[in-house]
Structures are given as structure tokens and as C-alpha cells.
Design a protein around this ligand. Structure first.
Ligand code: ZN
Length: 97
């Protein structure tokens, strides 16, 4: 037999519970270093700084967030992709000789 609540939860208690559902919205604040809008208590995506420390290093100081993210992702993918290709190429060249 399943567990059943002993008493009906009043409309007041039900609504008080539901009132907390909306509190998970991210808080957006101004970055103290570059003044761009960022999520509170997270590394700034524009300058890569948090608590006056450089967490994410960008080569170029661009203002657009999307490009920086895309470039960083592409570089990491390229680095990961290059190493296996080189090893494969070396192994293939050795086999015929
Ligand atoms: Zn910033």
C-alpha cells in the first residue's frame, strides 16, 4: 500500500510551496572589470575574469562574446583532432616502407 498523506494540504500551504519555484532564475549583474552583463558568482564570459583573477585566457581582446566562445571551442577541437591524425599518418607511412 502506497504512502498516503494524512491531511489535505491547504491552498495556502500549496501556494506557499509553489511560490519558491520561481526563485531559480539566474541573477545577472554587471562585471566589475569590463562592465559587461554576466551571471552572478560565475566567470565573466566577456573578459574571463573572476575575483580579479584571470580564469579564461583569450588571445585577442574582443568585445563579442559569441565569437570568443566559438574560437576557443574550435581551437580545442582542432588540437584534439590534430594529434590522432599525425599519429595515424606516421603509422601509415611506416607500414609500406
Ligand atoms: Zn568582465
Amino acid at each position: 500500500m502506497a504512502a498516503v498523506p494524512k491531511n489535505k494540504r491547504s491552498k495556502s500551504k500549496r501556494d506557499m510551496k509553489r511560490n519558491s519555484y520561481k526563485l531559480n532564475i539566474l541573477e545577472v549583474v554587471e562585471c566589475p572589470r569590463c562592465r559587461a552583463k554576466k551571471v552572478a558568482h560565475r566567470v565573466c564570459t566577456a573578459c574571463g575574469y573572476y575575483d580579479n583573477k584571470e580564469i579564461i585566457k583569450f588571445k585577442e581582446k574582443g568585445k563579442e562574446k559569441g565569437k570568443e566562445k566559438g574560437q576557443a571551442a574550435a581551437k580545442t577541437k582542432a588540437k584534439a583532432g590534430q594529434k590522432p591524425k599525425e599519429t595515424v599518418a606516421v603509422s601509415e607511412s611506416k607500414e609500406p616502407s
